[in-house]
Design a protein around this ligand. Structure first.
Ligand SMILES: [Fe+2]
Length: 703
């Protein structure tokens, strides 16, 4: 009998690194590095600056090999790839693969990895393939992969049109990133196009704004940097330090203007603008792609493909069905790279069938018990029938953490690692956003349901079927009990659960339906306080303790927070947070950025991170600490407290002699506005220095 063939795909982009192992063309396991190293987006640069080199996703590679019981030497082929630059040397320098087995996707070929991820996990025998991301590989002349069209059949994925960008001709991914940046929406220091899509539902059209996407008769669509610059010049304040600078590339543009806060009307209208332009551009692109490829099906990947609001309208381009690879950003490329390697190996290849996204490593019962004992919670761990217990608790209005089997591939919780609730409980969205997830209030929740439940609850008549299993489809609510979950534009994101993949998850929703009459539940990702989705039982217990949810249901066990003495729970909350290795102030500022200032301050108190702790970490931390408390005091109209904090902050202002001298020059000018500015700086500068010396708070730290 022939030995199976193993192909390992390793995605080594600057962020979203991941690994996937195929055995004879079937996925054995795939996991993103961020789940294992617990850093959202898992940037892969070396700690010490070593140019542009990146680290391989060690943990993900090890985890997928372990899942199959293999060692490095057992792999028949390793295929690596990265965005922008090559990576094979970085992989070989850090991981002991036999060099003759390691191939790299050719440059430019970042997009072929996305295309393979989309087509080879799609249920289609043939399809058009579209790849749209921020940027793929860079060419020697500094152009970059911007958009690529393919036609795919059987084991073939063949490019038919390649569109390149340059510093003036930006991709749609860059366009969305620019708008996310200027509306203050980010995640793990990266602009968040996903949040921008959510905010768009709250915004309105401003007819006086010019159109920004250039569409070309051949089906191309891109954005000119200069037009984007003129547009933002008309709506955003310019940064003084950029005065006189020239915008030569996207980074210059991003440095040129101040963002507006997402809670402003301007931000919402900007988000609306970006979303509307994107949707128009996508329809234009897809109509041309459809005309060029004789297929009814579209397979789609790249970061832009996660825009489910835009995707819901793709049927207007004439597609009968659309499949988006659930990990559409660069994490999904591990799957694409592995299939790319598989194509050229003789032997079996995948069958066109719906992709089962539950690809993460498996965890034993022992791992669950150890995780619980680590936090001294062992005596409260009980065996349970998860489906029945969850259904019962949900119908009592509880919010639960749910951990079952392998984790899901991609950014959406699909029932492997979920926080769940009853969608009919009044105010459930605000409750989960404000108490558990600390997400911006405009961000909606998705629902998971049985086919029958979703059909009854939502108007899914015209929906594209292959988007539904992955929480990538949207539809309007039909059942008025769910309308509170609707986005302002009337849509709800949903997952139709496949019984064959997830019998217990399916059974739980069915059992909940018997009690409530609704075979749908709220399903949001099981992660809090800025961490990635939980992966291991240990992450699950730790994040449950921090979440404030009523119970954790985990691989046949239950942990009920009501059983644990309150004071003990409070103590282990600190321990649980510290084990995550995050800085409390950074997390608090993240909570505040999502709109929950009071919760951010309470969180710091719970973590016993006070003035002394902040001061011990230096001026920058202390300033951030005071300014958070100042904003908190202002919100609560605490006049005395806010005055006191303002004094501290002004006293910390770093005005040296040169600044005071410059201020006196401004004061001496003839122009009243400039004079006033000079007086202002003189006053603050003198006050700051005087206060510093008088109070002695920072004695020894100032000159
Ligand atoms: Fe990409």
């Amino acid at each position: 009998m022939n030995r199976p063939q193993y192909v390992l795909g390793v995605s080594m982009s600057n962020h979203d690194r991941s690994a996937c192992l195929l055995r004879d063309g079937e996925i054995v396991a795939a996991v993103a590095e961020e789940r294992l190293d617990r850093r959202k987006k898992s940037e892969g640069f070396y700690e010490q600056h070593l140019g542009s080199a990146v680290l391989p996703p060690y943990r993900a590679i090890t985890a997928v090999l372990h899942e199959a019981g293999l060692t490095v030497g057992d792999i028949d082929r390793v295929v690596c790839g990265r965005s922008i630059l090559p990576c094979r040397d970085d992989l070989l320098n850090q991981f002991p693969f036999p060099p003759e087995k390691v191939v790299e996707i050719p440059v430019p070929g970042h997009h072929i990895a996305h295309a393979c991820s989309a087509f080879f996990t799609s249920p289609f025998e043939n399809a058009a393939v579209l790849v749209l991301d921020e940027q793929g590989h860079r060419l020697e002349d500094d152009r970059f992969e911007r958009m690529t069209w393919y036609t795919a059949h059987g084991t073939q994925v063949v490019p038919i049109r390649q569109f390149y960008g340059d510093s003036e001709t930006l991709s749609l991914g860059m366009f969305m990133d620019a708008f996310a940046t200027f509306t203050g929406l980010s995640e793990a220091k990266q602009p968040s196009a996903g949040k921008l899509m959510g905010l768009a539902a709250v915004g309105q059209e401003r007819q006086q704004w010019p159109s920004l996407v250039t569409t070309v008769d051949d089906g191309d669509a891109y954005v000119r940097l200069s037009e984007l610059d003129s547009f933002f010049a008309s709506v955003l304040p310019r940064r003084v330090e950029f005065e006189g600078g020239i915008v030569r590339q996207l980074d210059d543009l991003l440095a040129k203007y101040w963002p507006v806060h997402w809670s402003s009307n301007l931000a919402a209208d900007l988000a609306f603008k970006a979303q509307a332009e994107l949707e128009g551009a996508l329809l234009h692109i897809n109509r041309h792609l459809k005309a060029q490829v004789g297929s009814e099906n579209l397979a789609y990947a790249g970061g832009v493909a996660l825009n489910c609001t835009a995707n819901a309208k793709l049927s207007l381009a004439g597609w009968r069905d659309v499949f988006v690879h659930p990990a559409a950003t660069d994490d999904g490329n591990a799957v694409g790279l592995a299939y790319y390697g598989q194509r050229s190996l003789a032997g079996k290849h995948r069958r066109p069938e719906l992709f089962n996204p539950m690809t993460g490593p498996r965890y034993s019962q022992k791992a669950v018990e150890e995780a619980v004992h680590r936090f001294g919670l062992g005596e409260w761990l009980e065996r349970t029938d998860m489906s029945d217990e969850a259904a019962e608790r949900l119908s009592r209005g509880e919010t639960l953490c749910w951990f079952l089997g392998r984790s899901e591939w991609g950014p959406r919780a699909l029932g492997g690692r979920s926080i769940v609730a009853d969608p009919t409980v009044p105010g459930i969205k605000a409750l989960i956003n404000s108490r558990i997830k600390h997400r911006e209030p405009f961000r909606p929740f998705g629902i998971s349901g049985t086919p029958r439940g979703v059909e009854q609850a939502l108007d899914v008549g015209a929906a594209l079927p292959s988007l539904a299993p992955y929480m990538l489809a949207v539809a309007r609510a039909r059942d008025t009990r769910l309308s509170q979950l609707q986005h302002q534009d009337g849509s709800i994101r949903y997952q139709i659960v496949q019984r064959a993949w997830q019998p217990e998850w399916f059974g739980m929703i069915e059992a909940f339906g018997r009690r409530s009459g609704v075979e749908c539940i709220v399903n949001t990702s099981f992660n809090v306080l800025g961490e990635p989705l939980v992966e291991t039982p240990s992450d699950a217990v730790r994040q449950f303790v921090l979440s404030g949810a009523q119970a954790l249901l985990i691989n046949g066990f239950r942990l009920d927070s009501a059983d644990v003495p309150r004071e003990y729970l409070r103590q282990i909350r600190r321990q649980a947070f510290q084990a995550g290795g995050q800085h409390p102030l950074k997390v608090a500022l993240g909570i505040e950025a999502a709109g929950y200032c009071a919760a951010a301050i309470t969180f710091l108190e719970d973590q016993e991170f006070g003035e002394e702790a902040a001061e011990a970490e230096g001026k920058q931390v202390l300033r951030a600490y005071y300014s958070l408390h100042l904003r908190g005091a202002l919100l609560k109209n605490e006049h005395e407290r806010s005055t006191e904090l303002s004094k501290y902050l002004l006293a910390m202002a770093e005005f040296d002699g040169a600044v005071l001298e410059a201020a006196s020059v401004l004061e001496a000018t003839e122009q009243p506005e400039t004079q006033a500015m000079g007086q202002f700086f003189t006053h603050i500068g003198r006050y700051g220095s005087a206060f510093r010396h008088a109070s002695g708070i920072w004695a020894g730290t100032d000159g």
